[in-house]
Design a protein around this ligand. Structure first.
Ligand code: ATR
Length: 272
């Protein structure tokens, strides 16, 4: 992974004098911290680019996306648009496998979520079996990342079993009521759902959690799962802010405007 995943796209920050426009599209998107982060970064790096916010309801997506593609040099897509963007851009191979695009630059679509997962796990052994909770876009990025890392024994647990069965990856499928039972037999647990964002808990007993070596949550603030895992002494506990950090780094590399020092200063301060 070192050296970046998209080396062909790596340009030195500031090499091109263009002032570029970026944004995040989603629905809802008001809670997003991306505009503040990227604009702060541009300021710190002495760049004149801008990063805005476009709240696009699903029913107007097909018309609005054309405007976005014309108006902006690059953008990030978040829930619920990561899948639909695919049809309007030229997706990378990774994005095609994951069936989701979260980063666009001048008509090309990328998935940087999976890169964020891999980089956030540098130096951590992902012991198997691995349980992945969820089967949506975030789950597909996590599963793809795990497969790229050579992890083989992946058990997916999802509320809607049909959705898990539709995943195009070599994984075993379980229903949500089997969660505790499978976590008991596993070594690593990844939560890719929004469960925990409002303080809710996954139905995993403390005894099962305690037996884990790694707990990973894509939610970027501390969920009950993360705090319980820490309290119970799980050796590696990773929060989604780290995935977000590396995903953002990868976006800036794709856009050709990555400045390591400014990035580390701004993103470490804000995402801590
Ligand atoms: P994302 O792109 O963030 O993955 P998504 O595609 O909407 O978003 O997927 C959300 C995932 O979280 C799904 O696996 C969803 O389960 P379903 O397939 O049954 O909908 C899961 N999820 C969301 N809320 C949940 C809840 N309260 N309990 C259990 N699973 C939940």
């Amino acid at each position: 992974m070192r050296g970046g995943v998209f080396p062909e796209l790596l340009r030195t920050a500031g090499e091109s004098g263009d002032i570029m426009k970026f944004c995040i599209i989603g629905y809802p998107v008001r809670h997003s911290i991306s505009p503040r982060l990227y604009n702060e970064y541009f300021k710190r790096a002495g760049m004149n680019h801008s990063y805005g916010m476009e709240e696009i309801p699903p029913e107007s997506f097909d018309t609005e996306i054309r405007r976005i593609l014309e108006e902006y040099d690059g953008f990030n897509a978040t829930i619920p648009h990561k899948e639909r963007v695919m049809r309007y851009v030229e997706p990378s191979e990774d994005a095609q496998r994951i069936k989701a695009v979260n980063c666009v630059f001048r008509g090309k679509g990328y998935n940087t979520d999976w890169v964020g997962v891999v980089k956030s796990l540098e130096g951590v052994e992902v012991k198997e079996p691995v349980v992945v909770v969820g089967a949506g876009g975030a789950a597909r990025a996590v599963i793809y990342a795990l497969l790229q890392m050579g992890v083989k024994d992946i058990w997916v647990v999802n509320r809607t079993i049909e959705r898990a069965k539709a995943l195009d990856f070599p994984v075993k499928i379980f229903s949500l009521d089997q969660l505790d039972e499978v976590v008991k037999k596993a070594k690593s647990l990844f939560n890719t759902t929004s469960v925990g964002m409002k303080g809710e808990k996954l139905t995993v007993s403390e005894a099962s959690l305690k037996g884990l070596y790694l707990v990973y949550d894509v939610v970027y603030f501390e969920t009950p799962l993360v705090s319980d895992a820490k309290r119970l002494g799980v050796e590696h506990v990773v929060k989604g802010n780290l995935m977000f950090y590396y995903q953002a780094m990868e976006n800036l590399k794709i856009w050709g405007i990555y400045d390591e020092r400014s990035f580390k200063e701004v993103f470490e301060e804000v995402l801590r």
